[in-house]
Ligand binder design. Structure first.
Ligand SMILES: Cc1cc2nc3c(=O)[nH]c(=O)nc-3n(C[C@H](O)[C@H](O)[C@H](O)COP(=O)(O)OP(=O)(O)OC[C@H]3O[C@@H](n4cnc5c(N)ncnc54)[C@H](O)[C@@H]3O)c2cc1C
Length: 395
């Protein structure tokens, strides 16, 4: 049975996170070290120091790694609160791609790999990258189109290929590289200063919150050891699934917080700004936009909590997380768009964070599976279910 009641620990963490974001993080939003490719690493370290002092650094990881050992439901509560500022998840070290990488390392890495890669990552000492997507017709929506290869040479592997849209590659200490091996795929851990890893350039994109931006990375005969295979060889596609469902959901949580912020700003504006002799919110066109936001924020919050609960029950949550990713991507974007509209001209300026929230959530509709890919895979599942039902009634 799904419980709506929240634990005392969850409520305490939510309140402490909200206060931390309001009092410490939001004042940094105007810091000149926030660039179009995310906050500088100097600023990230400063924000981490504040989160560490507040006992809020990497709350999502296990206690062994310095976190709070939260269940998915509790993570949902904390990450939504962290997302109220786009700098919040960065400050608290629960931002993509590091948060998804920590999750994967916790579940799949060997003890030695955890000490070498997970410990400094969870402590906020380094950043990481996840290298899967490729330009030039390689892996994208369809990961089976992977072109980067890794061949074994004695006790080493030689990785060759090109990746792009790689968040945080510039400035990351290490990356998790997905490469084709024989008929399958393998994930490799590599220090980003390994000879052969070349950051060609950082792309200019409509979103700009993520440290290091999104880069094109060449992998020119990169040599790694057997010990750098993440988990076991040829299990890359399986591990991608381990990372994918929870990582999709944590994106939903963080962007939910950002949409809530946009909605609060729009509500404040609509209640104070007058037009035609009354506050904007009293004009039905505006009031209904904000009322729809309220409804849809609750709907998406409940969906996130439901999917987190299914993960807590031990389910892989593949279909459920697809539903959440689709629904949150589309709905939170519509909410942010309404907020821009309610703010009028102010909405498209950078005088408030609402315009940037819209652009960030626009990108979210593409990564970790574009909306259409989630609908397509849900439709496939529906067809298989229908076929199974037909064969069981006809037999
Ligand atoms: C901001 C951002 C950050 C990213 N960070 C990373 C990262 O750190 N590491 C990494 O490896 N990748 C990253 N990516 C890449 C991301 O995972 C891919 O963009 C995504 O998987 C889609 O692949 P693609 O861009 O090649 O689109 P394509 O595969 O070319 O698809 C284009 C469009 O075709 C449509 N489409 C595709 N398949 C179907 C289908 N079956 N049914 C219906 N429509 C379909 C969708 O509308 C889709 O948007 C990032 C992307 C963005 C935008």
């Amino acid at each position: 049975m799904i419980e709506f009641e929240r634990s005392a620990r969850e409520l305490d963490l939510e309140a402490r996170t909200a206060a931390f974001i309001r009092d410490v993080v939001i004042p940094y939003e105007r810091d000149p070290r926030c660039t179009t490719h995310g906050p500088s690493d100097e600023l990230v370290r400063e924000l981490h120091d504040h989160a560490r002092a507040a006992g809020l650094l990497a709350p999502q990881v296990g206690e062994e790694w310095g976190g709070q050992g939260l269940c998915h439901r509790e993570i949902a509560t904390v990450l939504r609160a962290s997302g109220y500022s786009m700098l919040g998840p960065i400050a608290m070290n629960c931002m993509a791609p590091d948060e998804g990488n920590m999750h994967l390392l916790e579940r799949v890495a060997t003890p030695a790999q955890k000490e070498r890669f997970l410990r400094p990552l969870a402590a906020g000492e380094v950043r990481s990258a996840f290298l899967m997507t490729e330009p030039d017709g390689g892996a994208g929506s369809d990961p089976s189109m992977l072109r980067t290869t890794a061949r074994q040479d004695g006790r080493e592997w030689v990785i060759s290929g090109r990746k792009w849209l790689i968040t945080g590659a510039r400035g990351a200490a290490f990356g998790i590289i997905m490469a084709r091996t024989e008929q399958a795929a393998t994930m490799f851990l590599a220090d980003m200063n390994t000879p052969g890893i070349v950051i060609e350039r950082v792309l200019n994109t409509i979103d700009e919150s993520m440290p290091g931006g999104h880069a094109i990375v060449a992998l020119n005969d990169v040599r790694v050891n057997d010990a750098d295979v993440l988990g076991a060889a040829h299990e890359g596609f399986k591990y991608a699934q381990v990372r994918l469902a929870p990582a999709r959901l944590t994106h939903c949580m963080r962007w939910w917080g950002a949409a809530r912020r946009a909605h609060d700003i729009a509500t404040d504006y609509a209640c104070t700004r007058q037009a035609f002799k009354k506050p904007l919110i009293e004009h039905e066109g505006v009031g209904f936009m904000l009322a729809r936001n309220e409804v849809e924020l609750e709907q998406t919050r409940l969906l996130i909590d439901y999917v987190a609960w299914t993960l807590d029950q031990g389910s892989k949550g593949t279909a459920e997380s697809s539903m959440a990713k689709y629904a949150c991507g589309e709905t939170l974007y519509a909410i942010a768009d309404r907020c821009v509209q309610v703010l009028g001209g102010l909405g498209i300026t950078d005088e408030t964070p609402v315009g940037q929230i819209l652009r960030e959530i626009r990108s979210f509709r593409i990564y970790d599976g574009p909306s259409e890919v989630h609908l397509w895979s849900l439709a496939n599942r529906l067809q298989r279910k229908w076929q199974r039902g037909r064969s069981s009634t006809s037999s």
